[in-house]
Write a protein that binds this ligand. Sequence first.
Ligand code: NAD
Length: 361
Amino acid sequence: MNCNITTIPGDGIGPDIVREGCRVLDAIGKKFGHSFAYTEVKAGGCAIDATGDPLPKETLDACVKSDAVLLGAVGGPKWDTLPGAKRPEKALLGLRAGMKVYANLRPALMFPQLAAACPLKAEIVKDGLDILIVRELTGGIYFGDRGRNAAGDAAWDTEAYSKGEIERVVKIGFESAMKRQKKLCVVDKANILETSRLWREVAESMKGKWPQVELSYMYVDNAAMQLVRNPNQFDVIVTSNMFGDILSDEASQITGSIGMLASASLGDSGPGLYEPIHGSAPDIAGKDLANPLATILTCAMMLRFSFGLTKEADAIEKAVESVLDAGWRTGDIAGGSADRAALGDKLVGTRKMGDLVVAAI
Ligand code: NAD
């Protein structure tokens, strides 16, 4: 198969982790006889520096024309004082909207090898953790009307959802549940928000199509609590843009490190947008300290969802597992200082971790 991938390394650790993702894809291409061609474009802070625009038109054009997009991360302190509309993060919203990728699939999967890095008591996650959060990505409060009054001392952000926007993402929730433990929880704030009541109405109207799926509802404040009290009660969670953003970061921490978690953003047709869930980690940028495994696992999601290359995706995941089994760790998954000291040569940087996964493939 020949696949055209647009890469957006972005800022901070972005270029380092995207480089490792592409090396792993190339190893897969070599082993299984596929060819991955890359077109690198700019978005975020580096695009502001080069063009004044966080998401230049050429970037979005290249993305929509490709078969899939691999994004590192954008943002950093250098651009933090810019006004909202000119900040690097604006590129993320523009990409998601421009590519019409409305469903963000964020698996929170705990590798048994990293159980010690989980901040919860061992008995809570004794059976591991495997949750999928499906976050609505192109609607809600992140895209609604926002502003300030003339005096600048009052501000508003608007949460708005249409039936169609809810239906298409809840459908992905049901379909995902069908491939897993057949449990779908709609997380909302239906005791307060009218949009949440619409989410419930829509989910209720759809459940007849998936009778095998056990559908439930939970208020977001309770869900935040349940995720640390008993995370394994969840299989698939589907929720709005902001609730999904917050809950998926919470879930990521349970798995041990944000440096391990992948994500895929999909629409009805057109290329998918693939990115690790972490940010540009300016505190460790350029130091060969970033964990590239989230990006490498993101590449596995790309192979599975955009190219239907299941055994190739499995091969990446197995390679990551074998590297972890052999005890190799980047700093974020190495545990406390005593564990790190004990690791010795097994404590590795970004590049070496990429080498190890390539070798395992
Ligand atoms: P962050 O995810 O960049 O970092 C949070 C912490 O996790 C830091 O201590 C960082 O060193 C660590 N970390 C993150 N990824 C890691 C990895 N792969 N390996 C090892 N450690 C890792 O979040 P933040 O500090 O809140 O944000 C930093 C910048 O990133 C900000 O400008 C923010 O706006 C941006 N951001 C971008 C995205 C994106 O591009 N999708 C997402 C979130 C934040």
